[in-house]
Design a binder for this molecule. Structure first.
Ligand code: 5AD
Ligand code: SF4
Length: 445
């Protein structure tokens, strides 16, 4: 019988969680755990949870209910709950689901091997929900499984902004920036493993202020010098931390892609103030002008919340106007949902009723969808530099992405994976583009 143990990780929520799940797999690999496709028969199951929206806790408990049965069939199975729900509701999890072996917040993953060893030895439950974020990064393994042509790199965690609606400052803790040296070492390793496009991650990524570089702009400059790093992106940014140097980086560093996710949340000054965002609609529009002056082909993406407590019809109209004015290439929009412990959830002002929230969200989404379709259609007839990320859905096809993060499908050889090639776009669809590889590239392949 083989000693290989099977590890299944289910990840909800943000890209940071996807990155963390990868690092948890890296940490457990030396203990003999290899990734499994499904929880059935796994020796260890980790649920990496997200607390940001929706009914995260209920979703978790219904998933745990299903896993309990698997655990009964395989008593040695270890069950861990990680991520922001674990951080926020650790006590409730151990009380309501005593069959869970490990509850750990996002800053405790480096202790995972030790927790697993302790439980294998002596049983019991391990709970880690402290906030020693520096420690986490210091203890992550140097060995990491390759991520592929595109990869994530966490450079910053936590948030001190305390937007009224958001749980992140409570679940991920205070802002912490990793030092440049550690980030550069990880980026070099990723490039050596074949990653061509690196997306820097952080809840407040453009507030990065780690040792060894002058802000995020300085860090991007150092990253751009690494051989093999051909494209750089970063997400998520706060409008208040978009400084002159970072705007200039979009103009001056060719590796920095002309695409920026810049959440605005609302177009009404009254709501923005209630949200504690620290900027007005006008501030945001001026910022967009400066970014576009620096990089005329810059495409923007955003987050919008419909129905924040106290939002009136005129505020909603102001949001629609702001969206019209900017013209987004992509966006995420959400119906406001109260998160326990946040100021907005406890606000004395009237909460918007569900039907109104639904209607406002639908209006916001209709507009954003049309803008995205318009942006994609606008690429038809142009030639785009496409980073080939892998095989396409159909035989003989490749998939890739443009500088503006649009997925592209074209017929071509899989030997092109990892290269940036010119593709003539023949059609723009709502969520992707289809194209033809420019002829001389086909011959070269
Ligand atoms: N309700 C709705 N949307 C939310 N977001 C964060 N918290 C909430 C909430 N309580 C959205 C914001 C944020 C994105 C990641 O999730 O738009 O930018
Ligand atoms: Fe949450 Fe606001 Fe911080 Fe973003 S900036 S993580 S929305 S508190």
């Amino acid at each position: 019988m083989s000693n290989k143990k099977r590890l299944f990780i289910r990840s909800w929520g943000c890209q940071m969680n996807v990155y963390d799940s990868g690092r948890m797999a890296d940490l457990l690999a030396p203990l003999g755990y290899a990734p499994a496709e499904a929880p059935d028969g796994a020796d260890m199951v980790i649920l990496n949870t997200c607390h940001i929206r929706e009914k995260a806790t209920e979703k978790l408990f219904s998933e745990l209910g299903r896993l309990r049965k698997l655990k009964e069939e395989k008593p040695g199975m270890m069950l861990a709950v990680a991520g922001c729900v674990a951080q926020a509701e650790g006590a409730e999890i151990t009380a309501r689901a005593p069959f869970v072996d490990i509850v750990m917040g996002p800053q405790s993953y480096h202790k995972l091997p030790e927790m697993v060893a302790r439980i294998s030895r002596s049983g019991g439950v391990a709970i880690e929900t402290e906030f020693p974020v520096e420690e986490k990064f210091d203890h992550l393994p140097a060995e990491a499984a390759p991520q592929g042509v595109t990869g994530f790199l966490t450079i910053q965690e936590g948030c001190d902004k305390f937007c009224s609606f958001c749980v992140v400052p409570y679940t991920r803790g205070a802002e912490y920036s990793r030092p440049a040296a550690a980030i550069l070492a990880e980026a070099r390793r990723m490039a050596e493993q074949g990653t061509r496009e690196i997306t820097l991650l952080g809840q407040n990524v453009n507030a990065w202020h780690g040792d060894g570089a002058e802000g995020l702009a300085g860090l991007l400059r150092l990253l751009a010098d690494i051989p093999g790093v051909e494209r750089l992106r970063y997400t998520t940014s706060h409008p208040r931390d978009m400084d002159e140097a970072l705007i200039a980086a979009h103009r001056d560093i060719p590796q920095v892609m002309p695409f920026l996710h810049l959440p605005v949340q609302s177009g009404s000054d009254r709501v923005l103030q209630a949200m504690n965002r620290g900027h007005t609609a006008e501030d945001y529009l001026r910022l967009v002008d400066r970014l576009r002056a620096a990089r005329p082909d810059l495409a923007l993406s955003t987050d919008i919340i419909a129905g924040h407590p106290g939002e009136r019809e005129e505020d909603h109209q102001a949001t629609l106007r702001l969206i019209e004015h900017v013209g987004f290439a992509q966006a995420f929009s959400f119906k406001y949902s109260p998160r326990p412990g946040t100021p907005a959830a406890a606000a004395a002002v009237a909460h918007v009723d569900e039907a109104t929230k639904d209607r406002r969200l639908a209006e916001v989404q209709e507009l954003l969808r049309a803008q995205q379709a318009h942006f994609n259609a606008g690429k038809a007839g142009t030639i785009c530099d496409v980073l080939v990320t892998g095989p396409g859905r159909h035989a003989g096809q490749i998939a890739g992405r443009t500088p503006w993060l649009q997925p592209v499908h074209a017929f071509g050889s899989s030997t092109l994976v990892g290269r940036i090639i010119p593709v003539r776009i023949v059609a723009g669809h709502p969520n992707s583009l289809s194209g033809e590889i420019v002829e001389q590239e086909k011959d070269a392949a």
